[in-house]
Design a protein around this ligand. Structure first.
Ligand code: CUA
Length: 159
């Protein structure tokens, strides 16, 4: 079969690009351990408020490596707690879940963005470089009050 010279170039280029993309995914997943924030840790959504992993809502927990952990639950139509204070310049690990239906969790102006799926715990770590007020929005349609479901993160200068 005769394949045109330029066609052949594009076939090889396409194959190289696809190979590169798959390699990038493979290396970041296997060598660096990167994964989507909705990792597979399960929880009974009906017992979220009695589960020890969410027993410190409204508090910040300092982990041994200096990371600060924040626990939050999404509910129709609010986040519990609705407001969190964290310091700037330190890694903040969010541990999130839903007590009812699927919600979204996005911190406006940052790359923190995940879904809160009932039955699963989502976890992500982010650092706020500057002090300020950050809006948390639910970006998964969750019912009549979806558009009012929001929260606030107050980032304070580290003392
Ligand atoms: Cu919760 Cu939309």
């Amino acid at each position: 079969m005769n394949i045109d010279f330029y066609e052949r170039i594009w076939m090889w280029a396409s194959a190289a690009i696809i190979t590169m993309f798959i390699s990038v995914i493979g290396v970041s997943a296997l060598a660096y351990g990167w994964h989507p924030p909705s990792h597979v840790e399960t929880i009974d959504p009906a017992k979220v408020f009695t589960d020890p992993r969410f027993s410190r809502l409204g508090q910040t927990i300092t982990l041994p490596d200096g990371t600060i952990e924040v626990q939050m639950v999404g509910l129709m139509f609010a986040f519990a707690p609705n407001e969190v204070r964290v310091p700037a310049g330190r890694p903040i690990r969010f541990r999130l879940t839903s007590g009812d239906v699927t919600h979204g969790f996005m911190i406006a102006g940052t790359n923190a963005n995940t879904m809160l799926v009932p039955g699963y715990i989502s976890q992500l770590t982010t650092t706020f470089p500057r002090a300020g007020d950050y809006l948390i929005v639910c970006h998964e349609f969750c019912g009549n009050g979806h558009h009012v479901m929001a929260g606030r993160i107050i980032v304070e200068d580290a003392k």
